[in-house]
Design a protein around this ligand. Structure first.
Ligand code: BGC
Length: 342
């Protein structure tokens, strides 16, 4: 009898196992996302299997397979290539394992239950609006020159960021108030595979050589995120642009290297997506699922993944620049002064 009771209570207490699959460790944010979630899940007694896939799709698939084999109850996945997980997620679906798409939508499958992210279109809108205001496009009479850099074409987010920003800038481009001297405006022309700093840098090197070597002023470079912004900034510095003539560079994530560039005057802004907020929201979602409740969502219209509209929780992004970074990033406890070299 006693043994039976013990067995029953042990079974009742078997910890929930969460498999967390992050795309890469090469970017600061995914390390933070992974660490934040792990800590929060462990604090409520869940077991966590956290893996990073080195931007390698086959590795991500095999890591997810292993999570399923090892008895995951729930999967939280940020896909490298949103459309490449259908087959492995069929296994999860057959096993009744709920899947949460983390930050990036998982495409072309019905084996995803929920999506949690920051409002991706709004990220782009904030970047575009920032440039409209900082360049005073509504009042100035002389045209400005800008270049455009976008994210990875296999990441569903990249087009939202690009579109959000371009919807702000396009009216000015059409009115001739904003000129793109390279002529490269379409998403396919400006995308950066794997969000690679090196690729963004190499492309900017070419744009500078072809369009700005004769001294044409470059007023701004729209960059969708901080890893691409870093490549662009390095290219400009390498080409001899001084701080006084430095174009306005946008970004996203408030990575340490980029926040330092904001402080030093080499980047104008970065969209701040507090990874603590997203991690907390996803932990709440998983808890609700485990308890048989409906997780909270606030968008059931936007994120069609090619098969269905995935119920989504959108967090709100804000921007950081030289005027508010202290309050937003230091006083909030996100970074210490030392981390930012202050
Ligand atoms: C994320 C960005 C990140 C980018 C590169 C996007 O899906 O939303 O925050 O900068 O991937 O990793």
């Amino acid at each position: 009898m006693a043994a039976l009771v013990l067995a029953a209570s042990t079974a009742a207490m078997a910890a929930v196992r969460v498999g967390i699959s992050m795309p890469t460790q090469s970017l600061q944010r995914w390390n933070q996302d992974g660490a934040n979630m792990k800590e929060r899940f462990e604090a409520i007694g869940y077991e966590v299997d956290l893996q990073f896939a080195n931007n390698n799709v086959a590795l991500q698939v095999s890591q997810i397979e292993n999570m399923i084999l090892n008895g995951a109850d729930v999967l939280v996945i940020s896909a490298i290539d949103g459309a490449s997980l259908g087959t492995v997620l069929e296994i999860a679906k057959d096993e009744g394992i709920p899947v949460i798409a983390y930050d990036r939508l998982i495409m072309e499958t019905d084996a995803v239950s929920y999506y949690a992210t920051f409002d991706n279109y709004m990220v782009g809108t904030i970047q575009g609006k920032y440039l409209v205001e900082a360049l005073d496009l509504d009042n100035r009479t002389d045209p400005v020159n800008i270049e455009i850099t976008a994210g990875s074409p296999d990441d569903n987010n990249a087009r939202y960021f690009y579109q959000g920003a371009m919807d702000q800038l396009m009216p000015y481009i059409e009115a001739g108030k904003v000129v793109v001297p390279s002529g490269q405006i379409a998403f396919e022309q400006v995308a950066t595979l794997e969000w690679s700093s090196e690729r963004a840098q190499a492309r900017m090197d070419n744009l500078i050589a072809a369009n700005y070597a004769g001294g044409l002023k470059l007023h701004a470079v729209l960059c969708s995120n901080d890893s691409t912004a870093l490549g662009v900034t390095n290219s400009l510095i390498g080409a001899g642009f001084t701080k006084e003539e430095f174009p306005l560079i946008t970004g996203q994530d408030c990575d340490i290297a980029n926040t330092k560039n904001i402080i030093a005057g080499y980047q104008a802004m970065s969209v701040f997506k507090d990874t603590r907020t997203l991690a907390e929201q996803v932990v709440k979602m998983v808890q609700a699922i485990v308890n048989g409740e409906e997780p909270e969502v606030n968008d059931t219209e936007t994120y069609f993944n090619g098969v269905f509209v995935v119920p989504t929780y959108l967090c709100e992004p804000v921007f950081a620049d030289i005027n508010n970074y202290e309050e937003l990033l230091i006083e909030s406890g996100y970074y210490t002064r030392e981390q930012l070299g202050l």
